[in-house]
Design a protein around this ligand. Structure first.
Ligand SMILES: Nc1ncnc2c1ncn2[C@@H]1O[C@H](COP(=O)(O)OP(=O)(O)OP(=O)(O)O)[C@@H](O)[C@H]1O
Ligand SMILES: [Mg+2]
Length: 238
């Protein structure tokens, strides 16, 4: 099992969109996939149209409920552990998520973090094998990276030495914008060993929650669906 933490303390950069669409793409490639909504905003839960999950991530982290009793089986071919607004009041043990995931029968578990670097995000980074950073390719995103990279480094030193920065996804990318091209170039120079993906601005991605599905099910032929499939293929290539 590979656990992938999608993290960025900046809001609205495409964390939830990337978890859902990379997860859906990994499932379409034949993998057993679990998505976990670790955000009290419940964006992933809401996006996927889940209104009455059997249990939520609160039950798992607070009361020790088993993941297999708590998941919602989504028609996109993946499982979801839903969030709950009560998650905001939870201060989980840093190892709680890692312990809950031990021995789970999935190929990939994708963790959708909230836009903070609080205890839940630290628990997610502690449980993860890989980190993926979604960002909007503007100058403020680059500025916020040093704090995020500092947090990842601290987690490596304290709780998870083998944590790998697997990729960066520049979302809402627009090749016509000089700033986007320049930010991408700077990222490429700074992160020599990390793959940098782009997902272009694509209205179908933003529309897909209307049907409670990923963009791969909403508009399978659109650029967003193709780009997320490409990312999933690269991740599974090794
Ligand atoms: N490539 C894209 N093209 C167009 N719209 C997009 C794209 N990626 C994401 N969006 C839209 O941008 C908005 C923010 O995306 P998303 O919710 O995934 O960000 P987030 O980082 O999870 O936000 P938060 O920090 O609040 O959790 C959403 O409405 C989403 O549908
Ligand atoms: Mg989100």
């Amino acid at each position: 099992m590979v656990a992938i933490c999608f993290v960025n303390q900046k809001g609205g950069v495409g964390k939830t969109a990337s978890v859902i669409n990379v997860g859906a793409a990994l499932a379409k490639l034949g993998n057993r996939v679990l998505l976990i909504d670790l955000d009290p905003q419940e964006s992933l839960t809401y996006w996927l149209g889940i209104t009455s999950p059997p249990k939520t991530v609160c039950d798992v982290l607070e009361d020790g409920a088993a993941i297999q009793d708590s998941i919602f089986q989504h028609r996109g071919g993946f499982d979801v552990l839903a969030s709950n607004e009560m998650l905001a009041a939870l201060t989980p043990d840093i190892n709680s998520l890692k312990q809950a995931l031990a021995g789970q029968p999935y190929d990939y578990v994708l963790l959708d973090c909230s836009p903070t670097l609080g205890m839940l995000t630290l628990a997610a980074l502690t449980a993860a094998n890989w980190v993926i950073i979604p960002l909007c390719p503007d100058l403020l995103s680059i500025k916020g990276m040093s704090q995020l990279l500092g947090t990842i480094q601290t987690v490596r030193e304290k709780t998870n030495p083998s944590l790998i920065l697997k990729g960066i996804i520049a979302t809402r990318y627009c090749a016509r914008k000089r700033m986007h091209r320049e930010v991408l170039e700077q990222l490429g120079m700074f992160f020599e060993d990390t793959e940098i993906f782009t997902v272009r601005e694509n209205i179908s991605i933003a529309e897909s929650p209307v049907q409670g599905v990923s963009v791969l099910d909403y508009k399978p032929k659109c650029t967003g669906a193709k780009e997320y499939l490409t990312i999933a293929r690269r991740l599974t290539d090794g």
